[in-house]
Design a binder for this molecule. Sequence first.
Ligand SMILES: [Mn+2]
Length: 325
Amino acid sequence: MSIEQLRSDPLEGYDIIGDIHGCAGALKSLLLKLGYKSVGEGFAYPNNRRRLVFLGDFIDRGPEIKETLSIVYACVTEFDALAIAGNHELCALLYYLNPDKLPKPFIHSSIQKQVKLTVAALKDSPDLLDKYLHWFHQLPLFADLGEFRVVHALWDQQLIDWYKTHYQSTKLNPDFLSDWLAGDKTASDTINRLTRGLNLPCPDGIEIKGVDGVVRKSFRVKFWGETQPETYQEIAFQPAPLPEPLATKAISPSDFQKLIYYSSKEKPLFVGHYWLQGELALVSKNIACLDYSAVNGGKLVAYRYHLGDQGLDTNRLVATRLPSF
Ligand SMILES: [Mn+2]
């Protein structure tokens, strides 16, 4: 198959891929399972009838970061795939832009260690590292593809509208990056919410030990579900259960004010980021999270979206077999 033969048929749909984190082997097997063919360094669907959408976090953690970057970059630049930024791509950018003053909580010690894995994977190819960092500078932070939306962690319509008005773009750009690095609160809220989701600090000095062994003083929160939740357990969304007494504690009025609600009447939304485990399922009627901990012995997951679909369907979730590393 040559690249020239690819561009003919109308678009049938999109295949949206969750967090890869350097698992190129899992990525290749998922793309082959979905019917994509290897072309050059990338993958394309026969006659370009389907396009790929990557939800961010291509880098860090995993064993084949360099090859993963090569595949995703080629899919985007040669075959019209879309890739949006995850918190790890932003972290890598900041690591180069501003190594002496990294904004917290966006960058903490464990994520810094992970960025070093990406730097190490590209240490013999400084030109490639430059190329990818340049690419990261221009990745979209979110996208509305007409029938559905994508963002790495959380769709906050208010902050997205602010971003589009303020920067006249959906992409990362130098003005935004300099505002963020200068400590602009709305810029910082936007990047935190969209790429890390909503995190609430644990009250009363409570700590939570994660499935990755990291002890955290905050926890991730849902942006769907009940419109009037009462306890912290009802809004928590993370692998480790909340410890008592936090789980059954009533949500404080100030935390309640921070909650975001993506209505079930909104168009379908795809996110990654949340380290899901176990059986594939939608997280709500109109939201699919496609991060199933690929790098942690889990699965790399895609959603097959056909143009004209009415709503989401669990049967469209596709996973690689368990990788062998
Ligand atoms: Mn992430």
